[in-house]
Design a protein around this ligand. Structure first.
Ligand SMILES: [Zn+2]
Length: 224
């Protein structure tokens, strides 16, 4: 932002020195430019985490309010062997934790990737890389949901009963599926994770009151 109240021509005509003998405004502006460039250079030097190689064996499920759970995720390359290895490890972690779905932000990776395995309704290991979700326009249904990143918390969440999802699978194929009921709900819950949305955001004031103690404990555990 430019300093207010200066004739804008002054900046280019050299008349600024008379209006600002000490050249303070110019110095301030130069410092800002230098800082901006520094930030830009740093961002170039630091590869985005979406393109960093990750050791799948190091992955653990993180709990709210871990910062990665609350930020958005970036698309990943489905052909990248590291991405596929992470997906396979996420399937293991989900199974160990008795979950039906697990999204990459839940293992502290801001990647657009989630996995599911829902006994009875879809008992197959499925990997969704860069998923695109379309919500049905029909009925909204309220059901209780839990989350591996919010242990001890259940929230009634209202969602469209039907959804359609297109994603790349572990074999690199783009697959479109549609579902209703529980499976459509799982896709919506996991897609929320990729957008930094968790059950805490779905709570009404009563839920917040009822879960206040548990949330406080979770917060304390993350900041330890
Ligand atoms: Zn969850």
């Amino acid at each position: 932002m430019d300093e207010a109240g200066k004739p804008s021509a002054g900046r280019f005509s050299g008349r600024e020195d008379t209006a600002d003998p000490a050249g303070e405004a110019t110095l301030r502006r130069n410092r800002t430019l230098v800082n901006e460039q520094k930030g830009w250079l740093e961002s170039l030097a630091k590869p985005s985490i979406a393109h960093m190689s990750v050791d799948p064996a190091q992955l653990r499920i993180v709990t709210w309010p871990h910062p990665v759970l609350l930020q958005g995720s970036e698309p990943v390359d489905p052909a990248d062997e590291n991405v596929r290895a992470v997906a396979r490890r996420m399937l293991e972690l989900m199974r160990e934790a008795d979950g039906v779905g697990l999204a990459a932000p839940q293992v502290a990776l801001p990647w657009r990737l989630f996995v599911t395995h829902a006994p009875e309704i879809d008992p197959v290991d499925r990997v969704f890389i860069n998923p695109e979700l379309k919500l049905g326009r029909g009925e909204l249904i309220t059901e209780e949901e839990g989350c591996l990143s919010l242990p001890g918390i259940n929230v009634q969440v209202r969602r469209p009963d039907e959804a359609e999802i297109t994603a790349v699978n572990l074999e690199g194929q783009s697959v479109t599926r549609s579902a209703s009921g529980m499976l459509a709900r799982i896709w919506q819950h996991e897609s929320d994770h990729l957008n930094g949305v968790v059950l805490v955001h779905k709570m009404n004031p009563m839920d917040r009151l009822a879960t206040r103690k548990t949330l406080k404990e979770l917060k304390a555990a993350v900041s330890e």
